[in-house]
Design a protein around this ligand. Structure first.
Ligand SMILES: [Zn+2]
Length: 366
């Protein structure tokens, strides 16, 4: 089975940049398989099948791709909205870690763009922006006081205008509340003219106002998706700031030795013991894949780092599985928040992985 991950974010021509890497990887695999002509032949067929699928992903505007092939056949291909590190892995089973990391990283924010009487709600994530709602109120244009013309009638219009604006703001905030209740966003981003945005912000209920991660000026645009690039820049900044904060907090916890467990054995225990996950918060911080194995029970799926042949829980036979893959799958199944970090110098001495337990500053979810 060949698992291929492609970084398609290249600025000089995504496909040609990838093709260069692909060629080098292909040569490396050929050398690696050496004398095993049959294995290489099989692998070469898969690589041949992968190539057009990557080209298609580029055409569709994907920023990355994950493709799994066996023999001449592509088993599954996923165009990705975010780049993944280029790599090709040949193994009996598909290599899923980078794909699972993308899934764990999918953080969606609620973006609110507004002017005095027109607003849009978007769902935004890495590489993605989707318009959810468009709300517009018919507001009479501002009347200028022109000497003698300024009278009772104009005052009425001005008051009417104020009423309509307040009505619009109420409607916008109602919609924000409704959308936030339906979907667990990781935070709110407010965009528009400062003064206008401030009015909206003041109207948000406290629990939503506290989730505003960013407020930034943005001129109103007729084309709803014209703000796409601006949003991506903001999201990158928000995520970067968050990661720095998260690692800072983790460093402190590691120093104080409280509220956090590290290393595969302790983390798996914490996960399977329900110490972090679905209901409480807490989260995982995961470094790069050490490519280690874990024993997985064929009956109850329970994981054992000590590699027993029989499950300590139910005595059923265990099979070898990828440690990182199983941890990420467990986290996805149990809605455990995961923060995958690239710069893992902090984690490396601690086995490359940490679980921050609830109630210990764990509210700062990744
Ligand atoms: Zn078992």
């Amino acid at each position: 089975m060949v698992s291929c991950y492609a970084d398609l974010s290249g600025t000089k021509g995504a496909l040609s940049e990838w093709a260069e890497h692909f060629k080098a990887e292909t040569d490396r695999i050929k050398r690696l398989l050496g004398d095993d002509a049959n294995a290489w032949e099989e692998c070469e067929r898969s690589l041949g099948a992968i190539r057009p699928v990557v080209a298609l992903a580029v055409e569709e505007g994907a920023r990355g791709a994950a493709i799994f092939a066996r023999g001449r056949q592509v088993v599954r291909g996923f165009p990705l909205p975010v780049p993944v590190e280029n790599q090709i892995v040949v193994h009996a089973t598909p290599y899923l870690v980078p794909l699972l990391q993308v899934l764990c990283r999918q953080r969606e924010y609620l973006v609110i763009l507004t002017n005095t009487h027109h607003g849009r709600l978007y769902e935004a994530g890495p590489g993605e922006l989707r318009l959810l709602h468009d709300i517009e109120e018919d507001v009479p244009s501002r009347q200028r006081s022109a000497g003698w013309r300024w009278g009772k009638e104009q005052a009425t219009i001005a008051r009417h205008r104020e009423d309509r604006i307040l009505h619009y703001q109420k409607e916008l905030v109602d919609r924000v509340e409704k959308v936030s209740a339906e979907h667990a966003f990781r935070g709110l981003i407010l965009l528009g003219e400062h003064e206008v945005v401030e009015h909206v912000r003041k109207r948000l209920p406290a629990r939503l106002a506290s989730r505003v991660v960013r407020q930034a000026p943005q001129a109103w645009t007729e084309e709803p998706l014209a703000i796409r690039d601006h949003i991506q820049t903001l999201l990158a900044e928000v995520e970067q700031a968050h990661e720095a904060e998260l690692l800072g907090g983790l460093e402190q916890m590691l120093r104080n030795g409280g509220g956090v467990v590290t290393g595969a054995r302790a983390v798996v225990e914490a996960l399977q013991g329900g110490r972090i996950g679905t209901h409480g918060h807490g989260y995982l911080v995961v470094g790069s894949d050490p490519r280690e194995a874990v024993a997985r029970c064929t009956a109850c799926r329970s994981l054992s780092v000590g590699m027993p042949t029989r499950c300590p829980r139910c005595q059923s036979p265990c099979v070898d599985a990828s440690l990182w893959e199983e941890i990420l799958l467990f986290a996805l199944r149990h809605e455990v928040a995961v923060h995958c970090v690239k710069a893992d110098t902090l984690l490396r001495p601690h086995g490359g992985i940490a679980a921050v337990l609830p109630g210990t500053g764990a509210d700062a979810r990744p």
